[in-house]
Design a protein around this ligand. Structure first.
Ligand SMILES: Cc1ncc(COP(=O)(O)O)c(C=O)c1O
Length: 368
């Protein structure tokens, strides 16, 4: 990561200040301060910090009462980290297809898969793109479901004036490197329901500080506390979030603009009313064998969700497959035909120009 010297020294100073107070068995003050500032920044009553985005989902699902035998509707168009916490709680992920045109959930498919055991719906704002919050809320309230959002990649996105991560009962974020708001590893959840925040805070620390009226360690939790130095790093980055968000927007725009004239590739446009955080340059691949094209680009040095990380619909992962289930074809089509270039804050304009040159060159000669 190449940071300007002033930013680098300010980040280092803020982490060093926490290091000087260590070791501190109480965990220190940084995570608490981060929670207060996150709540203010997102305009919600409560934020709870945890060790990862996965841990945020785990705590949020637990707080919403999801447990053994409950069914949770989850898009197949996601990463395993969304689904693992559902399974860890003994609940059953039920994969829902997505509409390749909008990347939003296919609510007809969701309705077909709803059963009396369905308790929650877990939309994922993959690549920072948001589905329609009104359709989500209407479906959830019509079926009596709790909404838990996976907003891991969506800090800074909103649609119809509603911020990603503030639509449902809880919104879950990751701060792993590569996210716009990063701290190496880390995560947090947002909620307007104080009892959910209390549960999540108890859950992340083996129920040692239980909600009022409950006994310490009276139920199982986990250790998923956010370490002090990482909280300090996250706090420093939160305070310059507008700058980080602007940087990512400019990176993504510059790559998309450079690729505008390239035949066979088309930038995916956000929906009307969607303020997309530009998490990743997203291109529809209209070339033959699109998935192989993304894999080929990865070998040429352009990282992408499918080409580098082998992202496939979650319902096709061996640990989640079931013989009696038809595959989510819309999700498969979306992944096969989308080039989602992986960016970090460290990608310079030279690096982006190199990506653009490789993609243009390979698209012009691609005939796999
Ligand atoms: C969509 C999505 N959900 C969940 C996660 C899990 O976050 P973490 O890696 O911080 O556990 C990620 C992380 O990359 C993600 O991209």
């Amino acid at each position: 990561m190449t940071l300007p010297p002033a930013v680098a020294s300010s980040l280092a100073d803020q982490v060093a200040a926490v290091l000087e107070q260590m070791p501190d068995p109480s965990g220190g003050a940084a995570a608490g301060q981060l929670e207060r500032e996150l709540a203010l920044a997102f305009g919600v009553p409560d934020a709870v910090t945890v060790a990862s985005g996965t841990a945020a989902l785990h705590a949020a699902l637990s707080a919403c009462g999801i447990g053994p035998g409950d069914e949770v509707l989850v898009p197949a168009l996601t990463v395993v980290m969304t689904v693992a916490p559902v399974v860890a709680l003994g609940a059953i992920p039920v994969f829902v297809d997505s509409d390749p045109a909008s990347l939003d959930l296919d609510y007809d498919d969701a309705a077909r898969k709803f059963t009396p055991q369905t308790r929650a719906i877990l939309p994922v704002h993959l690549w920072g793109r948001m589905g329609d919050p009104a359709a989500l809320s209407e479906f959830a309230s019509g079926h009596g479901l709790t909404i838990i959002e996976d907003a891991a990649q969506a800090a800074g996105s909103s649609r119809g004036g509603r911020k990603a991560g503030t639509i449902g009962a809880a919104g879950c974020f990751s701060m792993k490197d590569g996210k716009i708001l990063w701290s190496g590893e880390g995560g947090f959840l947002l909620t307007a329901r104080h009892e959910l925040a209390e549960h999540a805070a108890a859950f992340r620390s083996h129920w040692q500080q239980p909600p009022p009226g409950q006994s310490p360690q009276s139920r199982l939790g986990v250790n998923s506390r956010l370490a002090g130095p990482l909280a300090a790093l996250a706090l420093a980055n939160l305070r310059r979030f507008p700058e980080l968000a602007r940087q990512r927007r400019e990176q993504t725009r510059s790559l998309l603009d450079a690729l505008e004239p390239v035949p066979g590739l088309r930038a995916l446009a956000p929906a009307p009313g969607e303020q997309w955080n530009h998490f990743a340059p997203l291109l529809h691949i209209g070339l033959p064998h699109p998935r192989e094209f993304a894999e080929h680009l990865a070998r040429q040095g352009v990282p992408s969700s499918t080409g580098s990380f082998g992202l496939v619909p979650c319902d096709t992962r061996p640990m989640f497959t079931a013989p009696d289930r038809s595959p989510c074809r819309g999700a498969a089509q979306s992944l096969d035909r989308t080039l989602a270039v992986i960016l970090t804050g460290g990608d310079t304009s030279q690096a982006l120009a190199r990506y653009a040159a490789i993609i243009a060159r390979e698209a012009n000669t691609w005939a796999a």
